[in-house]
Structure formats: C-alpha cells, structure tokens
Design a binder for this molecule. Structure first.
Ligand SMILES: Cc1cc2nc3c(=O)[nH]c(=O)nc-3n(C[C@H](O)[C@H](O)[C@H](O)COP(=O)(O)OP(=O)(O)OC[C@H]3O[C@@H](n4cnc5c(N)ncnc54)[C@H](O)[C@@H]3O)c2cc1C
Ligand SMILES: Cc1ncc(C[n+]2csc(CCOP(=O)(O)OP(=O)(O)O)c2C)c(N)n1
Length: 573
C-alpha cells in the first residue's frame, strides 16, 4: 500500500481527534492539505472569503462545542489574514489550531516571494507556534499543538511548508488515543475551611460571576441562596448565569445595569467567580475581595484581592457549600433586587418603537421575542454589543457570541458562520453594525456558498456610532465616523440571500418574522437612530465634563441642532 504523505497524516490525526471541518482560503502552499481533503470525507473544507473569517468561525465553533476547531491560511498574506481572528480566539480562551502554510522549505530565509515568519507573527496570539521543517516531526508536533490548544485553552499554530506537506510521512499513524482529560481543580481543605469561615462572617456578600461559571449553574444558585447574595455578571458570563436565577441583578460595567454596579459597591465581601471583568473603576474600594479562578495567574489582575484561590467553579463550590451556614438576613439581597427591577424597568421603557428612525433596543427586544428558544446569537463590537447585553434573554439553551475580550469589529458575521455550519439545525442570528458588516462584507457571499441559513440583522445608523459616543463622552467633536452606506438588502439579494428592509417601526416585526422563517440565509437592514445614548450606571466626573464639553464645542461650531436631536432621542420618549 502506498505510504501517506504528511498532509494525509495531518488530516487523519485531526479526524481521529474529532475535528470535523477546517475553515480557510485555499492557496498554492496549502495544496497538499486541500487536495488530501478533497479525497476524504472528514474533516471538510469550509471555504470562506477572508482568512480572518476562518479564524473567527473556528473560534465560534470551539466556544460552542468546547472542542478543538481548526482554520488554515496559505503562506505569507494568507495566514497573516488569520491573525486578528486568532487574537480573538486566544483572548477568549477557546481551543483553536491554525495551520499556517509556509513557503518552500529550501527558500526560507531568502526573502522569497510571500515570505513571512509565522513563528514570530503568531507568537503573541498563541500558546504554541512551531515550524514543521521535516516529515519526521509529524504527527508529534501537530499533536503537541492540539494538546496545548486544548489543555491551555487558546490558540496553537503549526507552520507547514507546502513541500513538506507533500513529502512521504515517516510515521503512519496518530500517536495519541485518549479522550480529553477532565481534571477537577479544587483549593485545599484548609483553604475551603478558611473561605467558608470568612463568608459565614459576612453580612452583605455580592457574587460577581463570569464565563468561568459555565457548567456550574446549580452550584452558583445554591451558593447565592445560602449567602442571600445578589449575583452580578460580567459580559461573557451572561449566557451561563442570567437564566433561572432569582438572585440576578444584571451586568456591571459601562454597558451594565446600575443595579449591578450598586450591588458590588454596597457589599462587605465581593466573591469573584471565574471572571476577568476588566474595568478597575467598577470594583468596590472598601469591601473584602475574594477571587476564585482556575488559573492562578488571573488572581488580582483587575483589583486588589484579599483572598485568592485556585479552583474550578463547580468543584470549589461543591466543596464549599456544605461548610456554609444558611444566612437569614436578606436585606442586602432584597435591596439589590429592588434596584435591579427598577433598572430593568427603565431599560425596558427605552425599548419603544422610535419616531423618525427606529430605536435599536426595540429591534432587539422584538428579536428576543421572536427568536428560537435555542437560538445562537452573535453581536458585533459597537452598539450591537450594548443591545445584546441588555435586551437578549438567555435561557440555558441560547448562546451568545461576541468579541468581548479582544473587542474586534466585524466579528458577528464570521462567528455566525462558524456557529451555523457546526450547528446545522439551530437558528443562528448575527446582530451586525453597518461598519462591522462592511468590514468583512465579502463573507456575506459565504452564506450561500456554504448553505448556511444565518439571519443577519444590520443596524443601519450610517455611523461608527459606538466610537461617536466615545468621542462625545471624551469631549472631542466626532470626526471620521460617517458611513455612506449602500442598500444592504439589495446587496444581499444580489448575493443570493433574502434581503429585507425595515424603514419604520411597524415593519420591524413582520420583517424579522419573515427572515427568521425563511429557509435560507437572510439579511434584514433596519434603519435605526444614530444617537442612541446608552447611559452607564455611573457617570464619572471626567465623563460628565467631557459630555458638557462636547455640547459646548458642538454649539460653538454651529451644531446646536445635533444637541437637540440627541436630547429628543434620549430624553423625550
Ligand atoms: C464594546 C464593548 C463593551 C463592553 N462593556 C462591558 C461591560 O460594560 N461590562 C462587562 O462585563 N463586560 C463588557 N465588555 C466585555 C469585557 O471586555 C470582558 O470581555 C468581559 O467583562 C469578561 O467577561 P468574563 O469575566 O465573564 O470572561 P473572561 O474575561 O473570559 O474571564 C473568565 C475567567 O474565568 C476563568 N475560568 C475559566 N474557566 C473556569 C472554571 N471552570 N472555573 C473557574 N474559573 C474559570 C478564566 O481563567 C478567566 O479568568 C465589553 C466588551 C465590548 C466589546
Ligand atoms: C477592527 C477594529 N477597528 C476599529 C475598532 C474601533 N471601534 C470600536 S466600535 C467601532 C464602531 C463600530 O461601528 P458599527 O459596526 O457601525 O456599529 P455601531 O457602533 O455604529 O452600531 C469602532 C470603529 C475596533 N474595535 N475594531
């Protein structure tokens, strides 16, 4: 029997580990891999139009499944295009392997056509990045890369010259055959006892939970019940914490709820569980702060910490719960909940239709109502992140993807692609900004080509609105934020999607309904108001000064009308 080549061995190793697809754009140096893929069923080639899309899509798949996902780019510019998406995957701690094809091995170092050095380029956005310079390194280097991506949760890269991929393999089989280990990490008995004692003495505990609470919902609710503690969440924790949660008091941060902020400010002990909430200003100054995280290096990164423990949330809470006394005094919880209901009511009241242009909160509220109970949402960085945080309801089945840690624009469409192809039966909805959609617009074409029935909702405000808001708050006149947009619905039609436009509030429900029911990819362009302020729960003196400064500058430069507009949109509704 003919011996395998390196590319065939690579694919067999990926398939053996359960990898079902590889996202990418073909190219000469990838020929060995794509040609081998053509001849086998798994993994399948997911042809997208931009390698950044490939990386975001792989990241979305990895986030949703918890398993390794793979993307690939050809040598030089091909794999360079992966980089922003890979940064996102790495910072979100999702296991992604990138195959960076490399120029012919004998040309490396000569400044050859398309030459780059992936080992340097990807060093910052990966845990492991190595060149395969000869067949005898395979499959070991690949397996180390896969194992590293899984074990350390993040990106691993192998740089593979096109000629090496086509050479005869030395080894013929994958070497690793074990399922992914599932260790349980727990603080020591002494630490658990000390933690319980400290919590038992507290009277006003607040929990701040994040993405590290995934899979620990029951334990979290039991903990809050014992401590009579309100639960605040950080953005990436929303999908795991908010639902079926009588202790929920919303999110904190600039986009958060005032109740989340106050519950943290008013506690005597803040218990941080699996969160890396990044904004220092929102942490309490006087409270005792306890942080529990799977990774020791995360402790104390964002705030002073009085007690730090290494453990996974579920295992740690299981050990802790029997040692906790049932707290009787629920005054802190009740005050926080009352505040939350008030804040929620305020936000709900903002979700009205709008007059000349549609209010975006209204659109998302409607979408929330119409979407499937197990829908997967992705939201662009920009104002769609705000609306998703505030108006999408999670229920334990729905999922929410974003570029929350890396904060890159244009994430929603590519993440939706990865979500849809890896979850063919599920409803997948992208909340796109008009700036974000335009940035990776080419991949609208992928929806038809991949037969991915994603529903794209475009918030057409003709601006880089989030940045405009930041400029206003910083006291500078907005500049460079206008968008002269095309008719996205017509463009979608031309790309073989169903294209719809909602110009008036009355059209929102019927258009969304039609798109969600449509058996194929669809895009709904919604003409939303541009100056939709999202007031932070706490406005600092600095921001306040910035804001009035903006008003002064706007008036001085003859843009007084705009101030009136801003007031109309935000105050009088
Ligand atoms: C435009 C924009 C505005 C934003 N505004 C806000 C805002 O107002 N409020 C807000 O909250 N966020 C906001 N974000 C998101 C923010 O940047 C962070 O991404 C988010 O707060 C982090 O959420 P997290 O702590 O849940 O997740 P991560 O940052 O991913 O942290 C998770 C932590 O859990 C740990 N962990 C993982 N698994 C386990 C386990 N099994 N057990 C224990 N620990 C574990 C990890 O080591 C990590 O430390 C915004 C983002 C954008 C793009
Ligand atoms: C790749 C990238 N470029 C620039 C930014 C800075 N930025 C953050 S939000 C934003 C505006 C997003 O505009 P749009 O997608 O139209 O959404 P909107 O805020 O208008 O709803 C910009 C430019 C970024 N985060 N990422």
């Amino acid at each position: 029997m003919a011996k395998k080549n390196v590319a065939e061995l690579l694919l067999e190793t990926l398939a053996g580990a359960g990898v079902e697809r590889v996202y990418g754009v073909a190219g000469d140096s990838l020929n060995g891999i794509t040609d081998a893929m053509r001849r086998r069923e798994h993994p399948r080639w997911m042809h997208v139009r931009h390698e950044e899309t490939a990386a975001f899509a792989a990241g979305a798949e990895a986030h949703l499944t918890g398993r390794l996902a793979v993307c690939a780019g050809s040598c030089g510019p091909g794999n360079l295009h992966l980089i922003n998406g890979l940064y996102d995957c790495h910072r979100s701690r999702v296991p992604v392997l990138a195959i960076a094809a490399q120029i012919p091995s004998h040309e490396i170092g000569s400044g050859y056509f398309q030459e780059t050095h992936p080992e340097h380029l990807f060093a910052q956005c990966s845990h492991y990045c190595e060149l395969v310079s000869q067949p005898a390194q395979m499959p070991r280097v690949l397996e180390i890369a896969m194992q590293t991506a899984l074990a350390r949760r993040g990106v691993a890269v192998i740089a593979l010259p096109g000629d090496v991929a086509l050479r005869e393999a030395v080894e013929q089989q994958p070497r690793l055959h074990f399922p992914e280990p599932q260790p349980q990490v727990c603080p020591s008995d002494d630490e658990i006892t000390a933690l319980a004692q400290m919590l038992n003495q507290s009277t006003k505990t607040t929990i701040l939970g994040g993405a590290g609470c995934a899979g620990a919902h029951a334990e979290l609710i039991a903990l809050a019940g014992k401590l009579q503690a309100p639960i605040v969440h950080a953005m990436r924790g929303k999908e795991f914490i908010e639902y079926d949660n009588p202790f929920d008091v919303g999110m904190t941060g600039l986009l958060g709820f005032s109740s989340g902020y106050h519950a943290m400010l008013n506690c005597d002990v803040l218990l941080m569980l699996g969160t890396d909430f990044p904004y220092q200003q929102f942490f309490p100054q006087d409270a005792t702060i306890v942080q529990i995280d799977l990774r020791g290096e995360q402790l104390g990164r964002r705030t002073k910490v009085d007690y730090g423990f290494v453990g996974d949330t579920k295992t740690t809470l299981r050990a802790l719960l029997p040692k906790l006394e049932q707290r009787q005094n629920d005054a802190h919880l009740q005050a926080s909940l009352a505040h939350y209901h008030q804040a929620r009511k305020g936000l709900d009241e903002l979700a009205t239709e709008g007059h000349r242009r549609i209010h975006p909160p209204y659109v998302v509220r409607m979408l929330d109502e119409l979407a499937a109970q197990d829908a997967i949402f992705s939201c662009d960085v920009g104002t769609p992140t705000i609306w998703a945080a505030r108006y999408l309801t999670m229920n334990g089945h729905r999922r929410l993807l974003g570029s929350f840690n890396h904060g890159s624009m244009a994430n929603a469409l590519p993440q939706a692609i990865g979500a849809q192809v890896s979850h063919p039966g599920r409803q997948v909805i992208a909340l796109s900004g008009d700036g974000g959609l335009a940035m990776l617009l080419g991949d609208l074409l992928s929806l038809r080509q991949l037969q991915a029935p994603v529903k794209v909702i475009v918030f057409k405000n003709d601006a880089l609105a989030f940045v405009e808001l930041e400029m206003k708050a910083a006291g500078v006149l907005d500049f460079g934020t206008d968008l002269h947009n095309p008719d996205f619905a017509k463009m979608a039609e031309a790309a073989g999607l169903l294209g719809l436009t909602a110009d008036t509030p009355e059209q929102v429900r019927p258009m969304l309904t039609q798109a969600l029911r449509y058996d194929g990819p669809a895009l709904v362009e919604v003409r939303v108001s541009r100056q939709e302020l999202s007031m932070p729960p706490t406005i600092t003196l600095e921001q306040m000064t910035g804001f009035s400064l903006f008003m002064l500058k706007a008036v001085l430069s003859g843009r007084g009308d705009e101030i009136v507009d801003l007031a109309k949109v935000n105050l009088f509704r």
